[in-house]
Design a protein around this ligand. Structure first.
Ligand code: SF4
Length: 891
């Protein structure tokens, strides 16, 4: 389409608005009720233009081919001026303080501060820790209401009152803090007047005077791009980047607001070493010297395999690269692992075997085009809120939704079918779905003939998984199973999104394989008939930690340490021999410590005593180990059991890159300096190497990533410089001159034979099942306001929103066990005990319980078992047999 704007020719896509045309022409036109992220409403009349002679609001008027648009006309300027002047005249004088959007619009229209002469008196609501409302500044543009509905999908806000008294309010009535608000900050972000602000950035703040640092969120694996605003060495606020490839101007309560931990008085600022009176402050030289002596003694007395490191999914790629290099090159062992062992190692193993690479098959903007979503074992509304919000919008816009999860997770109430399998029965469920796909002919026979293998064996196994039998195993009604399979099977472009409810099982890798079977049977992976199989990664850089080779059997880029050609390439870059036998996995490390085989355990940024299963045995291991090194922000449970504690920088104080859940590298940049003597993990690894007498090379993070690209060709095209230019690059990206591969396997699968591999796996029972002694099944997982062991979020304002852990219990179980809402309950498993307040809710089915592990004091992981995935050793967090004892009743 082509039209003119003030005489200039403009080419436009179909369905563009007049406002887009004006912007493409580069003509300035103010807007007030408009936000590119939201449906335009044209209520404020700030963007009035003339279209072929008619005066129209540009934001809501479709552009017309051949039309003439006029912007810079005296009469139009006056109309725009008068419209805004009328709005501003009702506002109090302080409305135009600072350089907010309204102030800028007024300046552009020649409206001075004296115009704001309205009164105050409608009152404020400062009850919420992160969202403050000044009703006197509300112009009822409704941007906040649309943001909450159209982007976040919470529908927590509404406009109340009539005429000039109209004002935003929580839809529930009452104070903001008691509303349905999930504190994504979207309303604050879009409010043009300062009626909605956050505490660090009140009305009157000159944002332009603050330093803005573009970085990537250090909480979950979504990888939201954020602008961090700093003032006098402190974070004043965080703004989601509008051009963030995954978040597109959105964020959640963690990335947006949970930065208070940075200046917590509990922050570690000096190295600590175990002395007579416990952990005592020491100098860096003393700490490093002690570590180097401990490492030398262990290697001399018991060989390099007496040392092990747990690298960090919270650390950058470059830090993980350096840690694994230190272990392999300096110590001479493959004893390095990361917490993907505890979450998505079955995804890595399962997806590699099924389709070839250890990552999701499609990027999220493709998944967003799916007409049917199968969301399995994931609660993205709470655990990956920005992805959860986008999935919800997809469903609200018509995509069909199947949720498979025992709990009534956030998306479940929007699902066409909600399957609630008994914990530990996923393989039977997925085989049952595959059985229906085959029985109903909902498979892509040509794809299966040309691009997949394993159909005959799978078909033979699936004969045992007729819906009625699956119903008996899983508890999912046969009719629901059939309905779900048909929705997925009949969709034109289905996509699978899954989480830890698939992986954290005794047969987690089988779960991933049998889930991937569905996409392969449908020909919905590596084609344009669907969007594959996509794991939601938990921690910010759990994908990257594994990509960088912080794994005992895989080098950077996933080459096997047992493969001489792969080792040879690394040896050429590193100039030294790489050990050829697999190192220890995390659970094996603890066992090796207990047996005396492991003498040094170096834990980087992980609170293993809080997050690893069978926590009492983990503590026992740390207490046995001759030298435990903990690199941390706080004196975590793990740090308390360490011999040396090194103060580390947080994600807001680091330079490097993260890889998010859909394989995108993005830059991490320091917004602040680390406090006191704290150092980045990158600097700490270099310092330990230097104390040990070694030089790791790659003195900067940029050089470390460049070196990694020489070891692992799949990353060779990615560099800091390129990321600084392009923002985000998905791997594989072997060539600096070409884009990374967003959608995988369009030509061939990355398996050795180029085919997708169906897996014939029978259902096998979980490690623990309910019995007379332990009649209930405990599931653990995440809650909305907190992250992992809670070390950061519990020390931020998020603690006001979610102050304690709780045990979710179904009303029928609560009645049977005489548990009252809020009453304290002692939970006992075969492995330990935990004390939790009860929350009686039907979000959890009868016979099951749910709690998080965000509050180490409640000892949730003392309950979980050492049962682990038979392929990858990923713990069976999702199935623990427990019983209850009521300690006290709530008042
Ligand atoms: Fe985005 Fe996840 Fe950070 Fe929230 S925690 S802002 S969803 S990356």
């Amino acid at each position: 389409m082509r039209l003119t704007v003030d005489g200039a020719l403009v080419d436009l896509a179909e369905e563009a608005t007049v406002l887009s045309a004006v912007r493409v022409a580069g003509v300035e036109l103010p807007t007030l009720c408009h936000d590119d992220r939201l449906t335009p409403v044209g209520s404020c009349r700030t963007c009035l233009v003339r279209l072929d002679g008619r005066v129209v609001a540009a934001c809501v008027t479709p552009a017309v081919d051949g039309a003439e648009v006029r912007v810079e006309e005296e009469e139009l300027s006056r109309l725009r001026h008068d419209a805004v002047e009328m709005i501003v005249s009702a506002l109090p004088p302080y409305a135009l303080e600072g350089d907010g959007e309204l102030s800028r619009v007024c300046r552009s229209l020649g409206i001075g501060p004296q115009t704001a002469q309205g009164g105050a008196g409608r009152g404020r609501d400062h009850t919420h820790p992160f969202v403050h409302l000044d009703r006197d500044l509300c112009i009822a543009c409704g941007r906040c209401v649309r943001m909450c509905a159209e982007v976040q999908g919470t529908f927590a806000l509404t406009l109340v009152g009539r005429g000039s008294e109209t004002v935003v309010a929580p839809g529930t009535g009452g104070p903001w803090v008691d509303s349905d608000c999930v504190a994504c900050g979207g309303c604050v972000d879009t409010c043009p007047t300062g009626a909605l602000t956050e505490p660090g950035l009140p009305i009157g703040t000159y944002l332009a005077a603050l330093t803005r640092t573009r970085t990537t969120c250090g909480y979950c694996g979504v990888g939201c791009a954020l602008g961090v605003l700093t003032r006098d060495g402190e974070v004043a606020g965080v703004r989601p980047a509008k051009d963030g490839p995954v978040n597109r101007g959105h964020a959640c309560v963690k990335g947006r607001f949970a930065h208070g931990f940075l200046h917590s008085p509990e922050r570690l600022t000096q190295p600590l070493m175990r002395g007579r009176s416990g952990l005592e402050p020491v100098s860096w030289d003393e700490a490093l010297d002690h570590i180097a002596r401990g490492l030398r003694a262990a290697v001399a007395e018991a060989g390099p395999d007496a040392v092990a490191a747990i690298s960090s999914a919270r650390a950058t790629n470059e830090e993980n690269y350096l840690i694994q290099k230190f272990m392999r090159v300096v110590i001479g062992t493959n004893n390095v692992d990361n917490c993907s062992r505890l979450c998505h190692s079955p995804s890595a193993a399962g997806l590699t075997a099924a389709v070839g690479l250890s990552g999701g098959t499609d990027v999220f903007e493709d998944v967003e085009q799916a007409d049917c979503l199968l969301v399995v074992g994931a609660n993205p509304i709470d655990a990956h809120p920005v992805v959860g919000a986008r999935l919800l919008q997809q469903v609200l816009h018509g995509a069909r939704l199947v949720v498979a999860d025992p709990r009534a997770v956030g998306l479940a109430c929007h699902a066409d079918v909600h399957l609630r399998p008994r914990p530990g029965t996923n393989v039977a469920l997925f085989n049952g779905l595959a059985h229906v796909l085959l029985a109903d002919g909902l498979i892509d026979e040509e794809f299966l003939r040309l691009r997949a293998s394993g159909l005959p064996k799978l078909t033979a196994v699936l004969g045992d998984y007729a819906p009625d039998r699956v119903a008996g195993i899983t508890g999912v009604p046969a009719a629901d199973l059939v309905a779900a399979a048909r929705l997925y099977g009949q969709a034109e472009r289905p996509a699978i999104v899954y989480g830890l409810g698939v992986t954290e099982h005794l047969h987690g890798t089988d779960g991933v394989r049998t889930l991937a079977n569905l996409a392969i049977l449908r020909g919905a992976v590596g084609t344009d008939h669907g969007f594959g199989v996509n794991p939601l990664r938990g921690q910010n850089n759990v994908q990257g930690a594994s990509d960088m080779g912080a794994l005992p059997d895989l080098l950077p880029g996933y080459g096997k340490v047992g493969d001489p050609a792969v080792r040879g390439r690394a040896e050429q870059v590193w100039g030294t021999r790489v050990p050829d036998h697999d190192g220890l996995r995390i659970p094996q490390m603890f066992a090796a410590v207990r047996s005396g085989a492991l003498r040094v355990l170096w834990v980087v940024g992980e609170d293993v005593c809080a997050t690893d299963p069978d926590a009492n045995r983990v503590v026992e291991a740390l207490e046995t180990c001759p030298l435990v090194i903990s690199q941390e922000l706080f004196l975590s449970e793990t740090a308390r059991h360490a011999d040396v504690v090194l103060p580390a920088a947080s994600w807001l104080e680091k330079d490097g890159t993260f890889v998010n859940f859909d394989r995108r590298f993005q830059r991490v940049r320091p917004a602040l300096a680390p406090p006191g003597q704290a150092r980045t993990d990158f600097a700490i690894v270099h310092a330990i190497a230097a104390a040990y007498g070694a030089d790791l090379g790659c003195p900067t993070p940029a050089e470390a990533l460049a070196e990694c690209g020489r070891v692992a060709p799949v990353f060779a095209g990615i560099s800091h410089q390129r990321l600084d230019r392009e923002g985000a690059i998905p791997w594989p990206c072997p060539d600096p001159g070409r884009p990374g591969e967003a959608k995988l396997y369009l030509d061939r699968f990355a398996t050795p034979d180029g085919l997708a591999h169906l897996a014939a796996r029978p259902y096998l029972p979980p490690g623990e099942s309910p019995d007379d002694d332990y009649p209930l099944i405990l599931i653990t997982g995440r809650r909305w306001a907190h992250y992992n062991s809670g070390n950061m979020t519990r020390r931020s304002g998020n603690i006001e929103l979610d102050p304690s852990d709780r045990l979710d219990i179904h009303p029928a179980d609560a009645a049977r066990h005489a548990v009252r809402d809020g009453g304290a309950v002692l939970v006992e498993s075969r492995h330990g005990q935990a004390m939790l307040p009860a929350r009686v809710t039907d979000e959890i089915p009868p016979g099951q319980l749910f709690c998080s592990f965000h509050f180490p004091a409640s000892l949730a992981n003392a309950l979980t078992s050492d049962h682990a995935d038979t392929v990858t050793s990923c713990p069976e967090y999702k199935v623990t047999a427990v019983r209850l004892r009521v300690i006290q009743e709530s008042s």
